[in-house]
Ligand binder design. Structure first.
Ligand code: GLV
Length: 309
């Protein structure tokens, strides 16, 4: 019985050391050095290359090293019978809440407008909404979205949320369905995307959404680049329909050198860092997933393959 490990993250060696320390008795093989494929019963992965699962006939479980499983499921290479789990970690939710709160304050307090003024040696007070009248819509109310919405509300913002299944969260006006989305979008000053990427949510944030928002609104995308139709977003920013985009994720990462997002004055980029997986708290979950698989028990945080997350 061996575990096959792969990630393209720069801290791969740290992960490998951590796994070896957490599972001293396990045989861990590092892709592409897989040895005898029929010996592999478990995989710990992020962004596996095509063909990764091809010969793993005895694979009994997969644990993805992050929250999103869209990329691995989209490839369709893991047999339906093999359960897939993901990391669900309060530390990651907290990291996301910090990022979104920082982005929200940045936009609400108009720091980018003042930076622009500074570059022109302009000294002018701009109108500003207080948090209590600044509306933030959080799309996606899973483990992460709920904490993010709560953190914003605790900081005085008016928060609405949207999710596939109806939710009740104290202090957050929750919506569902396409009518609910339309209501929320036309109400919000800032739209925060934390949705899982599925066939239903791919390209959801398009011109219809951007033009339904109040003029001058903003967007924060911390989910996946493919949720956003980038050409529509840039047009909304160019015309002043929207005035702020804080983007942590892109369809191609990093974006191509000639991608206009790099230099757009209203686009603020970070390199997919809004909620990096925390090794110390993720490792025990991965070990538990492996132990459960070995014992023939169901893994925690198992992905619903039909639902896509
Ligand atoms: C990062 O994008 C993750 O899904 O954990």
């Amino acid at each position: 019985m061996s575990i096959l490990f792969h990630t393209d993250w720069p801290n791969r060696d740290q992960w490998l050391d951590g796994l070896r320390r957490a599972m001293p008795d396990a045989r861990i093989r590092v892709w592409p050095d897989i040895g005898d494929p029929s010996d592999i019963t478990f995989a710990v992965v992020w962004n596996p290359p095509s063909g990764f699962f091809a010969d793993l006939d005895r694979l009994a479980g997969v644990c993805v090293m992050g929250a999103g499983t869209d990329a691995i499921l989209a490839k369709g290479e893991i047999p339906e019978s093999v359960p897939v789990a993901r990391v669900v970690d309060p530390v990651m939710s907290n990291r996301m809440a910090e990022y979104v709160l920082a982005a929200t304050l940045r936009f609400q307090r108009r720091f980018d407008d003042y930076a622009l003024q500074q570059s022109r040696q302009e000294w002018q007070r701009l109108p500003q909404k207080d948090a209590g009248s600044f509306h933030v819509a959080v799309l996606g109310l899973g483990q992460i979205g709920r904490l993010v919405a709560g953190r914003l509300a605790a900081n005085g913002f008016k928060v609405g949320g949207w999710s596939r299944t109806a939710r009740e969260i104290e202090g957050i006006e929750c919506h569902t369905g396409s009518d609910g989305l339309a209501r929320l979008v036309s109400w919000c000053d800032l739209l925060v995307n934390l949705l899982p990427l599925t066939t239903q949510t791919r390209g959801l944030l398009d011109r219809d959404v951007f033009w339904a928002m109040p003029v001058g609104g903003g967007i924060v995308n911390c989910a996946r680049g493919a949720h956003v139709v980038t050409a529509d977003l840039l047009q909304a920013l160019d015309t002043g329909q929207l005035s702020f985009a804080m983007l942590d994720v892109f369809e191609t990462e990093p974006p191509a050198a000639d991608d206009p997002v790099w230099s757009h004055p209203r686009v603020h980029m970070t390199p997919h860092v809004s909620s990096i997986t925390n090794i110390e708290t993720a490792l025990p979950q991965i070990v538990a997933a492996y132990d459960a698989t070995r014992a023939g028990r169901p893994m925690a945080n198992r992905v619903n393959r039909k639902q896509g997350y």
